[in-house]
Each structure stands twice: as structure tokens, then as C-alpha cells.
Design a protein around this ligand. Structure first.
Ligand code: AMP
Length: 214
């Protein structure tokens, strides 16, 4: 059976950072639809051009685009033992379609919970590496050298959609479209809630414990 972890939570709850750590420890690929979409935008593909319009406003990219990306990615060879999803699914339609692919696997959904002011604070201090996508926080996880990625030496940038007004819209979209997934997975008895505002190491070890339990 494949091990599948779904990281659920509002933007800024730490899904990406936590996902990177879990991916290293559990040796499972991290699939971030946000990263995959940003990659398409950077490469200026047809798909990227379409997605960009939605992403800049903090709206969801249409399901057919995202589903095509995810479906292709989870069929790749490195996903044969399982994978970690960050930022997908994001609405009920995506969740239901995903479920058809994974219902026979060992699936756990981790809900990283945090309140709005914390999220806005965290996102406005977030910087990412323009090349490798590594995530920093100016106060909590600062780079060793200002504005430079520790991992690859490239420049750190602020995501367009991490500007405050876009963040507020992303939160609205989250509450309207994504938060109903909490009930969806709760009913399946596979939802585990963790405070997203704790220490990274503690959050990660908590999730590892959950993952190891049958
Ligand atoms: P993220 O990096 O997960 O915050 O995603 C950044 C942006 O990419 C979101 O605000 C959406 O515009 C888009 N996006 C990422 N994942 C999805 C998804 N599963 N469905 C629709 N849009 C998505």
C-alpha cells in the first residue's frame, strides 16, 4: 500500500516547509501544486500563461488544469511507494477526483491549523528562492546571508501573491472552497489536526508519529 499524506490548511500554515522536512525524513516525494504551477508560469508554457491570471489574484486555478498536472505527477515512478501532497486538493471536486485514485492506499490528512493574523504575518515575511524554491522567513528562518538562498546561492524573492491584499483574498478562497474538506476527511476518519504555529521540529515529529501509527 502506498503511504499518502495530504497537507491541508490555510495559506501560510506551513504546508510547504513542513512538507519539505517530511519528504526528507519519510523519503517520499513532495508534490506541491503551487510549485508545479509556478514552474509552468516561469517557463511561460500555455498552461502557465492561463494559470498566472488566477494565481496573481489569489484565486484557484481551474480544476482541469490542476488535475491534469497532479494526475501526471502521481503516476511518475518516484511515487510508487507514496507521496506527500501540499496545496492539493483545494476544493471538493478535486478531493473527490483524487479519492478515486487513492482510496485503497494508506491515506492520512494533516490539518495545520493557524489563525488569520498569524498567517498574514507569516506570509508577509516569507521569501522564497527564485531558483530552487526553498522557503525562508525573515524572522523565524532567515537565510545566513541577506536575500541569498543557503541551499543554492540564488536570490530570494517575495511571491507576488504574498502581498497583503492578495493574502487576504487567498484566505477568503480558503474558507469558502478549501475548508469544507476538513469535514470531508473528518467523516472518513483520516483527519489529524496539528497547531501550525508551533516549532517546526515539533510539528514534524508529531506528524511522523501519526504517519507511523497504523
Ligand atoms: P500555494 O503555493 O499552494 O499557496 O499556491 C499558489 C497558488 O497556486 C494558489 O493561490 C492558486 O492560485 C494556485 N493553486 C495551487 N494549488 C492549487 C489547486 N489545488 N487548485 C487550484 N489552484 C491552485
Amino acid at each position: 500500500m502506498k503511504k499518502i499524506l495530504i497537507l491541508l490548511g490555510p495559506p501560510g500554515a506551513g504546508k510547504g516547509t513542513v512538507g519539505e522536512k517530511l519528504s526528507e525524513i519519510l523519503n517520499l516525494p513532495l508534490i506541491s501544486t503551487g510549485d508545479l504551477l509556478r514552474e509552468s508560469v516561469k517557463n511561460n508554457t500555455d498552461l502557465g500563461k492561463k494559470a498566472k491570471i488566477y494565481m496573481e489574484k489569489g484565486e484557484l486555478v481551474p480544476d482541469e488544469i490542476v488535475l491534469a498536472i497532479v494526475e501526471g505527477r502521481i503516476k511518475e515512478d518516484d511515487c510508487k511507494d507514496g507521496f506527500i501532497l501540499d496545496g492539493f486538493p483545494r476544493n471538493l471536486n478535486q478531493a473527490e477526483i483524487l479519492w478515486k485514485f487513492i482510496e485503497k492506499e494508506k491515506v492520512k490528512v494533516i490539518y495545520l491549523k493557524a489563525d488569520d493574523e498569524f498567517l498574514v504575518q507569516r506570509l508577509s515575511n516569507r521569501r522564497i528562492c527564485e531558483k530552487c524554491g526553498a522557503i525562508y522567513h525573515l524572522i523565524n528562518i532567515p537565510p545566513k546571508v541577506d536575500e541569498i538562498c543557503d541551499k543554492c546561492g540564488s536570490k530570494l524573492i517575495q511571491r507576488q501573491d504574498d502581498k497583503e491584499e492578495v493574502v487576504r483574498n487567498r484566505l477568503k478562497v480558503y474558507y469558502n472552497l478549501t475548508s469544507p474538506l476538513l469535514d470531508y476527511y473528518r467523516k472518513k476518519n483520516i483527519l489529524f489536526t496539528i497547531a501550525g504555529d508551533g516549532k517546526l521540529e515539533e510539528i514534524v515529529s508529531e506528524i511522523i508519529k501519526i504517519e507511523k501509527n497504523a
